[in-house]
Design a protein. Structure first.
Ligand code: C5P
Length: 397
């Protein structure tokens, strides 16, 4: 699947760099060629000799003679690849990428490239959770950088949590799904997923029980068909799929902004469970418990993202798909919703507790269009997603 593909692999300075040696082997086994770039810090963890021996190619480092420029300039180096992979992407490399620093070969390549970049972060859990890293992550997602991982687990530093670099085969899978050619190649599709969190004050919020499972499966299925997916997700239980551009948001208004920023697109799938209301004026400081007195919360209506995008004039996606989770009169309510919101299709399902669909792994849906209705049998959420992706590919053909 990767035969003939050229990967520029930037190895940052973290203990996970040892996994990048295995990554090189896995990529070459699959027919890809790997041009390695080792940062100065990366060379503290793995040697240039082992990297170049595994890659079967020269390793570029900061010692790389920039007077060699005429032969193989760093601009050309950054552009001749089919994909630039940063593994491990350390907190420092992510910060440089987010802020446009160019003080070494790796950061210069990342600024000069016009090729898609896929990053596999690896760092201590506190560094990952630090607001600076999370800010950089959001910025890089918005800039179109794709991510794989990090995973949860034991870390070399003795702590536990998110920050472990994805395993080499997971990175290979993300590379394959990024480079995949399929019926949706060249199509840009926005997918919203997960719940939204609406703040009451800095520590409390209103949320819902959406796990994000169905939206994540849809984004994965679309990427597997070659689509360029912008995945706008609230705080979900399941991790985002590999090979998609992830934009993390918390509130409905942020979700609307992220979706509008991602336009124009060929299609948009609104699988998120967006909170209908927010607290009109969230408190800037924690609301104190005051014996005997209850706080009074005033609500304001959130924007309906699906309806807004459906009603856009100049840049309305050719196919807009909404979801309808109902507990009674599923079909009638969904048909009315399709007309009211102005979307093209509605994927409707019955989420009565007896169905076990909410929070479960299976779904039974109806696909409702302007002039037809299909009742799909009960199947896994991933199979629903695959079938929907196939329908989307046919519709956009
Ligand atoms: O109106 P209701 O919430 O039932 O509609 C569900 C559909 O509308 C879903 O596709 C959901 O993602 C979308 N929606 C939205 N913005 C909202 C509310 C719902 O995009 N504020």
């Amino acid at each position: 699947m990767l035969r003939g593909k050229k990967i520029l692999l930037i190895i940052g300075g973290g203990i996970a760099a040892y996994k990048s040696l295995d990554l090189i082997r896995r990529l070459r086994e699959r027919g890809a060629s790997v041009t390695p770039v080792l940062t100065k810090a990366g060379a503290e963890f793995v040697t240039p000799l082992s990297v170049s021996a595994l890659a079967g190619d020269k390793v570029f480092t900061d010692l790389f003679d920039l007077t060699d420029e005429a032969e193989m300039g760093h601009i050309q180096l950054s552009r001749s690849a089919d994909l630039v992979v940063v593994a491990p992407a350390t907190a420092d490399l992510m910060a440089k990428m987010a802020h446009g620093h160019t003080n070494d070969l790796a950061s210069t390549l990342l600024m000069a490239t016009d090729t898609q970049v896929l990053a596999a972060p690896a760092m201590n859990v506190r560094m990952w959770d630090h607001p600076a890293t999370q800010r950089n992550l959001s910025q890089l997602g918005a800039d179109g950088i794709l991510f794989v991982g990090p995973n949860d687990g034991d870390m070399a530093c003795g702590e536990f949590g998110p920050g472990r670099m994805a395993e080499p085969l997971e990175i290979v899978a993300a590379i394959e799904s990024t480079l995949v050619q399929g019926p949706l190649t060249g199509k840009r599709i926005i997918v919203t997923s997960g719940p939204t969190h609406e703040p009451i004050d800095p520590v409390r919020y209103i949320a819902n029980r959406s796990s994000g499972a169905q939206g994540t499966a849809i984004a994965r299925a679309l990427a597997a068909q070659g689509a360029d997916v912008v995945f706008v997700t609230g705080p979900a239980d399941v991790p985002p799929p590999a090979g998609v551009q992830v934009v993390r948001i918390e509130t409905a208004r942020q979700m609307l902004q992220a979706v509008e920023d991602a336009l124009p697109a060929d299609a948009a799938v609104f699988a998120a469970a967006v909170a209908d209301w927010r607290v009109a004026s969230a408190s800037g400081s924690k609301i104190k418990k005051d014996a005997g007195r209850m706080p009074v919360l005033e609500f304001a209506e959130n924007p309906d993202i699906l309806a807004r995008v459906s009603q856009r004039k100049a840049d309305r996606p050719a196919l807009v798909i909404g979801f309808a989770a109902e507990t009674d009169n599923v079909i009638a309510h969904a048909e009315a919703k399709r007309a009211r919101k102005g979307c093209d299709w509605i994927v409707a399902n019955d989420v009565s507790p007896a169905t076990g669909i909410m929070g479960g792994t299976e779904n039974a849906v109806h696909l409702i269009t302007a002039d037809s209705r299909e009742d799909w049998p009960r199947m896994s959420k991933q199979d629903v997603a695959n079938k929907l992706a196939q329908r989307i590919a046919e519709a956009l053909d």
